[in-house]
Design a protein around this ligand. Structure first.
Ligand code: ATP
Ligand code: MG
Length: 337
C-alpha cells in the first residue's frame, strides 16, 4: 500500500518539477529567439546598406543566407540544450522525488505498522481468555448432570477470566487516552506521590513479605499529572515485587541531579537479560524468564505505559539489570522551576 502511495507521490512531485522546468525552458527559448531575431534584423539592415559601400548584390545575398543559417543553427542548439537539460531534470528530479516521497512517508508507515502490530497483539490477548471461557462453558454444558459445586467452580473460573479481560481493556484504554489526551499538570511534591504509590502497593508487597525501603528521599518538586505519576511508580514497584523472591528488599531513592529529580527503584529479583532490556518498554513485550517463572501473570503493557507517562513529562526511563541478580529502574523528571 505504501509502495503504491510512494510512487504516486513521486509522480506528483515530478509532475510539479517538470511543469516548472518546461515553463522555464519555453520562456528561455522565447527570450533567446527574440534576442537572436532582434540581432538578425539589425544585421539585415546593415547588409541592406552594403551596395552603397560598393559591394555587389551577390555578396549581399550570400551574407544574408549565411546569417539566416547561423540563426537557425543557434535556434537548434538552444532547443537541443533545453531538451537535454529537461531530460537531466527529469532523471535527477525522479530520483529526488522518490527519495523525498519515501522519507515523508516513512514515519507514517512506521506508525501504521506499530498500530497494526498493537491491534494484532491486543486481539490475541483478548482472544485467549475468551477462548478459555468458551471451552470451559462448553465442557460444563455437555455434562448431563452438573453438580452445584462444579457450577460454582466454573463461575469462579469465568470470573477470573473476566477480571483479566477487565484489567487488559482498562490498560489498553489508559494507553490510548495517554496517546490522545493531554495531561493536567501541576507542581507536585515527589515525596507525596511516592507515599501514595507505596501505600497502594503495600498489601501486594506484604503477601510476599517484601520490604520496600525508601531511602534518601530529597524534598523535590516536579511539574506533572499526579494520577499518572503515581501510576508510573506503581508500575515499576509492582514489577519489582512481582519479579522478586519472597522476603527480599526493594530500595527506592530520590536525588537531585542538575535540573532533574532522579528516582531509582532497585530490586534483587530475577533480573533481565541483556537481549530483553532493549524491548521491555515495547507494548506486549514479556521476557521469557518472566513468562516461565511460576507463570507470572501480565500482559507486557506496564512498562510501555510507564514510558508513555515519562515521555509526556519530558523525562527519561532507563533500566540497568543483571540477569539473576536484580534490576534498577531509573526515572528522570525535569524539576519544577
Ligand atoms: P503487566 O502488563 O501486567 O505489567 P508485565 O509485568 O509482564 O505485565 P511490563 O511491566 O511491561 O509487563 O514488563 C515487561 C517485561 O519486563 C516483563 O514481562 C519482565 O520480563 C520484564 N521486567 C520488568 N520489570 C522487571 C523487574 N523488576 N525484574 C525483572 N524483569 C522485569
Ligand atoms: Mg508489569
Amino acid at each position: 500500500m505504501f509502495h503504491k502511495t510512494s510512487l504516486r507521490l513521486t509522480g506528483l512531485y515530478l509532475t510539479i518539477i517538470m511543469v516548472i522546468s518546461v515553463c522555464f525552458s519555453v520562456t528561455v527559448y522565447h527570450l533567446s529567439t527574440e534576442e537572436l531575431n532582434h540581432g538578425f534584423s539589425r544585421q539585415q539592415q546593415l547588409i541592406d546598406h552594403l551596395p552603397s559601400y560598393g559591394l555587389g548584390g551577390n555578396i549581399r545575398n550570400q551574407l544574408m543566407n549565411q546569417h539566416e543559417r547561423d540563426v537557425d543553427e543557434a535556434n537548434n542548439r538552444i532547443i537541443t540544450r533545453l531538451v537535454i537539460t529537461n531530460l537531466l531534470i527529469l532523471m535527477i528530479g525522479g530520483i529526488l522525488s522518490y527519495y523525498l516521497a519515501r522519507s515523508s512517508l516513512k514515519p507514517i508507515e512506521d506508525a501504521h505498522e506499530a498500530q497494526s502490530r498493537f491491534t494484532a497483539d491486543a486481539s490475541h490477548e483478548l482472544r485467549t481468555p475468551l477462548a478459555a471461557m468458551q471451552t470451559e462453558i462448553e465442557v460444563a454444558l455437555m455434562k448431563p448432570r452438573l453438580k452445584l459445586s462444579e457450577a460454582k467452580e466454573q463461575l469462579k473460573s469465568n470470573l477470573d477470566e473476566i477480571g483479566k479481560l477487565n484489567q487488559l481493556t482498562d490498560r489498553l484504554l489508559r494507553l490510548a487516552r495517554l496517546d490522545h489526551n493531554g495531561l493536567n499538570k501541576e507542581k507536585i511534591e515527589i515525596q507525596k506521590i511516592i507515599n501514595l504509590a507505596m501505600t497502594r502497593l503495600l498489601p501486594t508487597a506484604e503477601v510476599k513479605h517484601i520490604l520496600i525501603e525508601a531511602q534518601n528521599i530529597q524534598p523535590l518538586r516536579v511539574v506533572g499529572d499526579e494520577t499518572s505519576l503515581i501510576e508510573l511508580l506503581m508500575i515499576i514497584l509492582d514489577n519489582a515485587i512481582k519479579y522478586s523472591p519472597p522476603k527480599s528488599q526493594i530500595e527506592l531513592t530520590v536525588k537531585k541531579q542538575l535540573q532533574h529529580a532522579v528516582i531509582t527503584i532497585n530490586d534483587h529479583g530475577i533480573g533481565i537479560k541483556d537481549v530483553d532490556q532493549g524491548h521491555i518498554f515495547d507494548r506486549f513485550y514479556r521476557a521469557d524468564s518472566a513468562r516461565n517463572k511460576n507463570h507470572l501473570a501480565g500482559y507486557g503493557l506496564g512498562l510501555a505505559m510507564a514510558k508513555s507517562i515519562v515521555d509526556h513529562h519530558a523525562g527519561q526511563i532507563t533500566v540497568n539489570s543483571v540477569f539473576g541478580q536484580g534490576s534498577v529502574f531509573t526515572v528522570r523528571l525535569p524539576l519544577a522551576t
